[in-house]
Design a binder for this molecule. Structure first.
Ligand code: ZN
Length: 251
């Protein structure tokens, strides 16, 4: 379970989402995806009050991921396919889709420094904006040695390319009425999924707080799924984590 686009630009919506998830789950059992400088207008290293808040969440057990640098896609895409993918899947938020390896690595290292300085500890991994990775971003992930990464369909360890979890992400869209309606339908379908299905991930965004219909759906979905399923942490997916211990005891 994760809150995306955590940035001083969205301090109030993030507070509201964190309070809601924490209340339902009985504690901060979720991840935050932190953007070091959202759209070049919200630098975390110049927002000390928000950085202190982040550190309190991290100290309380919230897993902190680096989530791009600007979040917005600022590259000129070389290939039409990449451009179409970026434009239609994300409205231009796929920052790491078109980056070369050097630039991707530079932004990852710098971003990690900014987030780790704020939280006073290591990040849990890197998750690209809009879950979109180009070849450069994939190479840079390995070079930077992040423990975990994820896309729409899986969570993997960049060092070994080992896939540690598979399953869809349930997420909500606030951008247009049509997208909002379809995301409400998807969430309702997810609530009705049989419990034997493997991992489901849930992702919420600051924009979700702008529509009460979305907040109601998020609350119902998180309540329903967390009542019937174990709520995992990303760290459980690493060697020595709870999932590994469980598999070990089962075999
Ligand atoms: Zn994002």
């Amino acid at each position: 379970m994760s809150i995306h686009d955590v940035s001083p630009a969205f301090a109030e919506p993030i507070d509201r989402l964190a309070d809601m998830l924490g209340d339902i789950l009985g504690g901060p059992r979720f991840a935050m995806l932190v953007v070091p400088d959202h759209w070049g207008a919200a630098p975390l290293d110049r927002a000390p009050a928000f950085a202190r808040r982040l550190r309190r969440w991290a100290d309380a057990g919230v897993e902190m991921f680096l989530h791009g640098w600007f979040h917005r896609d600022t590259t000129d895409h070389q290939s039409t396919a990449a451009m179409m993918k970026s434009r239609y899947m994300t409205a231009g938020e796929g920052e790491f889709l078109g980056l070369g390896a050097d630039e991707a690595e530079y932004r990852m290292r710098r971003g990690r420094d900014v987030v780790e300085t704020a939280i006073g500890g290591p990040v849990a991994g890197f998750i690209a904006p809009a879950w979109l990775y180009g070849a450069g971003a994939r190479a840079a992930l390995k070079a930077c040695d992040f423990a975990l990464a994820e896309d729409h369909f899986r969570v993997w360890r960049p060092a070994t390319d080992q896939i540690v979890a598979r399953g869809p992400v349930v997420t909500w869209a606030s951008r247009s009425t049509a997208r909002t309606a379809s995301s409400l339908a998807v969430a309702a379908a997810a609530r009705a999924l049989p419990d034997w299905l493997p991992t489901l991930r849930i992702a919420v965004h600051p924009g979700d707080v702008t529509k009460e219909s979305l907040m109601t759906s998020i609350e119902r979905t998180v309540r329903s799924l967390s009542a019937r399923r174990a709520v995992g942490r990303y760290a459980d997916l690493l060697p020595g984590g709870a999932a590994a211990a469980y598999e070990g005891s089962a075999s």
